[in-house]
Ligand binder design. Structure first.
Ligand code: SF4
Length: 310
């Protein structure tokens, strides 16, 4: 279908309308304010005039993309936000300008990038990046070093600066009318907290469509898209060694699956005086965590622009 093809709709004719058209055309001016002779009326003016006309057949140009409302879909490289992006494009692609936005993290698993590329092809649209201009390397390790802090009851500076603050900066340069996040029906409470505490103009695309996280996995598998490798061992596609996790089960998994990351976090957290894991009710150093210790959820939520502390 030709996108620029004018749409045609029938409306009631009237002589007054023709008079209006004549008045409109006789008042069309050039850029300097001079009245234009009818022969030089350009096509845009003619379309405007016809839109103005209450004639028997009216043609309207399709609304320009720039005049449409803009929806930003915040894609986290997780399964749920991938499906949210797909549903948003399917449901609103004809009527809205859709931006699919990712906050890259230097230390995320490289397979997240493969997944992002696959999702781009699946939805037929580029996924753009939003980074914090003060941290152009988007490195969590660099942030921990600069902030001398990794995680605690106030949350984690990496998600605050590389996700939340990056979104704020993106919003300053892009007019966004609506947001879409990957909240599933299992996470309705998070969506409600987000609309109360952050942005009321959020469309719960997955919740409206009744999608659970498992259904998102299924949708991707059905589409032939391999899930990010992080899901092989963890509940989400967050950075390996996510500093918001405190469970012994999680950190002992990191120790086995990503030993070099475990060592790096242990070294940096000890040096900065941060205790990342909770064992027997107390925060302790990763180096003091027994290798067979278990307990706590392996991890809860995807890291995203909705910054949870957990
Ligand atoms: S996934 Fe974890 S470590 Fe990575 S940015 Fe988010 S909170 Fe920080």
């Amino acid at each position: 279908m030709d996108d620029n093809k004018p749409l045609q709709e029938k409306i009631i004719a009237g002589t007054d309308s023709l008079k209006d058209l004549a008045i409109y055309l006789s008042g069309v001016k050039d850029g300097k304010g001079n009245l234009l002779p009818l022969g030089t009326v350009v096509l845009d003016d003619l379309w405007n005039a016809i839109k103005y006309l209450q004639g028997d057949v009216r043609y309207t140009l399709k609304k320009e993309k720039k005049e449409m409302e803009t929806i930003a879909v915040w894609f986290s490289c997780g399964a749920a936000s991938a499906v949210a992006a797909k549903l948003t494009v399917e449901k609103y692609g004809e009527t809205h300008n859709i931006l699919i936005v990712n906050n890259p993290i230097k230390e995320e698993d490289p397979d997240n990038i493969r997944f992002k590329n696959d999702v781009e092809k699946w939805i037929g649209q580029e996924i753009i990046e939003a980074t914090n201009k003060d941290y152009p390397n988007a490195s969590i390790v660099e942030i921990f070093e600069k902030r001398k802090y990794m995680s605690g009851i106030a949350g984690a500076p990496c998600t605050m600066l590389l996700k939340k603050e990056a979104r704020y900066q993106f919003e300053l340069t892009h007019e966004i009318d609506w947001h879409v996040l990957g909240f599933t029906v299992d996470e309705t409470h998070r969506h409600e907290r987000f609309i109360k505490g952050e942005r009321a103009n959020t469309i719960p695309v997955l919740i409206d469509a009744g999608y659970t996280k498992t259904m998102c996995f299924d949708a991707l598998i059905m589409a032939g898209i391999k899930l990010p490798a992080m899901y092989d061992n963890y509940e989400n596609a967050n950075c390996p060694g996510c500093v918001k996790a405190t469970s012994p089960t999680y950190w002992n998994t990191v120790r086995v699956v990503h030993p070099e990351v475990f060592e790096d976090r242990a070294e940096q957290s000890d040096r900065l005086g941060v205790k990342l894991v909770r064992y027997k009710g107390k925060r302790i150093s990763l180096k003091d965590l027994p290798k067979n210790a278990k307990g706590g959820k392996i991890q809860t939520y995807e890291c995203g622009i909705f910054c949870d502390s957990y």
